[in-house]
Design a protein around this ligand. Structure first.
Ligand code: FAD
Length: 434
């Protein structure tokens, strides 16, 4: 057998940065490190929460006026909040970097550039959410100051979006709306039970779009906008959107459906392709089992394979493992919380066991302590803190949902935090500001 020249080279040798996690935080950290010229490897169990969330970017949902000004004000009086740690430069640049990368990949994200206010977008149930940016299809559905009726379109018999359910909530929010269900044109694949991905692929076809438009157009008279479930194309949603709008004769927008989220799938595909085109390695489906540490630095991570682990080496490690929702922090019936890869200290709600995890009422304004308090504390370089309050490890950074100090359920800023902290971690890991 010829000798394998790479036999003695450990996997990942020659890698500058390993990013653990393929959520928004991990993918954007990887993209920015790659743009800065680093050799990057993403290793993740699976895709992150973008696969099931609406796909828009919440920076500070509660802001009534200028969103960035509101975040700056909030960060100034909450020094432990991840926005304060990352600092506002990181927030603004993280958002910019995200928009650029998404745009380069045919996934434009739009916002109200004129006044910096949040959008007013409808959910599948017609409630109003106020993210700052959204994929173009959803941003087209901004209901700010909308005059005249909005038409909501569903597909007869399709279980993932029922426009009639949304109508009452929309009207309660002051939006005039009406709903209709159309039969989808014959389904060429013959599948009886279409998933959002199946419908999205159908919408990639021009003939299919023409047939759908023909069925919607008679109902669209007088409508100022026409909303369809967010399945308008998988590969080329911008073209699908423009084509449908033109043929129907009114601007078309997308409404989030039940998971999986096509907006999240499009974004994940686009970022993965972008990373691979720029020679980063992307391994999705591979669990990191532990980080190996010597002299206060991580030397490598061990990655699960069939019956054994493989070591992957790098200079810097960005931990983007998503906190309690995605395996970044684990818990058991005793209420213990732990970080499984480096055994980093985890901020925990006060009280014994799980007693302190929840408040009295299911729905309470600031949410439950377990969601707000559980996570890793970090310094301004995004290094997780050790027991002594100093950085736990010299070359490990924590980003996104994994961090303590905000409540992803009630604060409406989880995606903004993912972008800001990813940006800051890359700046410090690669010493880009110096
Ligand atoms: C249904 C839903 C709706 C949401 N809506 C909103 C909203 O409207 N506004 C808002 O602000 N936020 C919302 N969020 C939250 C927001 O989407 C996330 O907080 C944000 O995307 C943060 O992502 P992240 O990259 O930090 O982590 P995640 O997306 O959780 O990614 C974590 C990654 O780490 C990987 N991982 C974990 N452990 C390991 C390991 N040991 N080895 C390898 N990989 C590992 C996972 O596989 C995954 O790829 C929503 C979330 C959900 C689920």
């Amino acid at each position: 057998m010829p000798e394998n020249p790479r036999a003695n080279i450990p996997p990942g040798a020659g890698t500058d940065v390993i990013v653990i996690g393929a959520g928004l935080a991990g993918l954007m950290a990887a993209a920015q490190a790659t743009q800065a010229g680093a050799r990057v490897r993403v290793i993740a169990n699976g895709w992150g929460q973008q696969i099931v969330s609406p796909g828009w970017i919440s920076v500070c949902d509660r802001a009534d006026d200028d969103v960035i000004a509101e975040v700056r004000g909030y960060a100034a009086i909450h020094p432990d909040h991840p926005y304060a740690l990352a600092e506002d430069d990181a927030m603004v640049r993280g958002i910019e970097a995200f928009r650029n990368v998404a745009q380069q990949n045919g996934q434009p994200y739009d916002m109200r550039d004129k006044d910096g206010h949040n959008l007013r977008l409808m959910t599948a149930l017609g409630a109003i959410q106020r993210p700052m940016l959204a994929p173009r299809g959803m941003a087209n559905g901004d209901l700010t100051g909308v005059g005249g009726p909005v038409l909501l379109v569903g597909f007869t018999g399709w279980r993932d979006f029922f426009p009639a359910l949304a109508i009452d909530n929309l009207r309660a929010a002051g939006v005039e709306a009406r709903a209709v269900c159309i039969d989808l044109p014959a389904n060429p694949s013959g599948t009886w039970d279409l998933w959002p991905g199946d419908v999205a692929r159908l919408f990639d076809g021009a003939d299919f779009r023409a047939a759908v438009s023909g069925r919607i157009k008679p109902h669209a008279k007088g409508a100022v906008k026409v909303g369809l479930p967010a399945v308008l194309g998988l590969e080329n949603p911008v073209e699908a959107l423009a084509d449908l709008s033109e043929q129907i004769g009114a601007p078309v927008f997308e409404i989030p459906t039940l998971p999986p989220s096509m907006a999240g799938v499009r974004l994940s595909n686009a970022l993965r392709r972008w990373l691979m085109r720029h020679r980063a390695r992307v391994q999705v489906g591979h669990p990191v089992v532990r980080g190996v540490v010597a002299n206060g630095r991580c030397t490598h991570v061990e990655v699960g394979a069939l019956g054994h682990t493989n070591p992957f080496y790098a200079d810097q490690f960005i931990l983007a493992t998503g906190g309690l929702y995605n395996g970044g922090i684990l818990s058991d019936e005793t209420g213990r919380l732990w970080e499984p890869l480096f055994d980093l200290p985890v901020a925990t709600p006060p009280g014994d066991g799980r007693e302190g995890w929840y408040g009295e009422r299911l729905l309470q304004e600031r949410g439950h302590p377990i969601h707000r308090l559980a996570g890793l504390r970090a310094n301004k370089q995004m290094q997780p803190l050790g027991q002594d309050g100093g950085p736990a490890l010299e070359n490990v950074y924590a980003v996104g949902h994994l961090l303590a100090g905000f409540n992803p359920l009630t604060d409406g800023c989880a995606e903004g935090i993912a972008l800001a902290t990813a940006y800051k971690a890359v700046q410090t890991a690669l010493q880009l500001d110096e």
